[in-house]
Write a protein that binds this ligand. Structure first.
Ligand SMILES: [Zn+2]
Length: 220
């Protein structure tokens, strides 16, 4: 049995949940979890490329190092692997990355829109506005750099003409971020249709930002 059985199980369960909750269809999107370093080697467990989530098995979750060298599993890891590794390198307290194609987040990414700070929970858990990364081809190093740049110190980012990325310290936390991104995108879209968007009042944003900073410095 793999020494990372429990971690691989969590990645598998999260990828299925992502499908069941409608954040992706078929085999799109991807999930990873940072593993404890092994003999000085930095590792992650990640979903494989082009596998239907409803048929995915625990042995198909790949363990690779930060140079993308395989450690366990013989499938090709997700095409967005470099994005996951790039985020782990940029954000040391982050242990999980989830990339979804949820519908309203994707609508905004197609329209070229970012989501300003409009809701308390958005600011408290995501850290403020949800920015849209500059366009680059999926899987490219340029997209990795653009996404990390737009992510900053917040917990979510939109990928242009594509979808969203949510991050966290645990898979549960990152999954909730992905759900929150979709909820916020939906509310922003509906408010735009109504023709009126009141930004979050400055004092409310300030309180929520204080909570965000507190939450990020504590345990999940
Ligand atoms: Zn994608």
């Amino acid at each position: 049995m793999s020494k990372w059985q429990e971690e691989k199980r969590l990645v598998l369960d999260t990828s299925r949940k992502m499908l069941e909750k409608g954040l992706v269809v078929g085999k799109s999107g991807n999930v990873s979890l940072r593993l404890p370093p092994d003999g000085g080697r930095e590792l992650l467990a990640i979903t494989p490329s082009s596998r239907y989530y409803d048929l995915l098995t625990i042995d198909e979750i790949q363990v690779i190092d930060f140079e993308t060298e395989p450690v366990e599993g013989d499938l090709t890891p997700s095409a967005e692997t470099m994005l996951h590794i790039g985020i782990y390198q940029a954000r040391k307290n982050i242990n999980t990355v989830i990339h979804t194609h949820s519908v309203f987040a994707s609508v905004l990414s197609v329209a070229g829109l970012e989501i300003p700070s409009i809701l308390d929970d958005q600011v408290t858990f995501i850290g403020g506005e949800i920015k849209l990364a500059k366009y680059a081809l999926p899987g490219s190093q340029e997209l990795v750099a653009n996404a990390i740049d737009a992510l900053g110190q917040r917990n979510a980012v939109l990928l242009p003409n594509h979808g969203a990325v949510g991050i966290g310290r645990t898979l549960r936390e990152a999954f909730t971020i992905c759900e929150l991104v979709e909820k916020t995108a939906k509310i922003y879209f509906c408010s735009s249709v109504l023709g009126k968007i009141n930004p979050l009042p400055a004092e409310a944003a300030e309180v929520a930002e204080t909570f965000f900073t507190m939450l990020q410095s504590g345990d999940e």
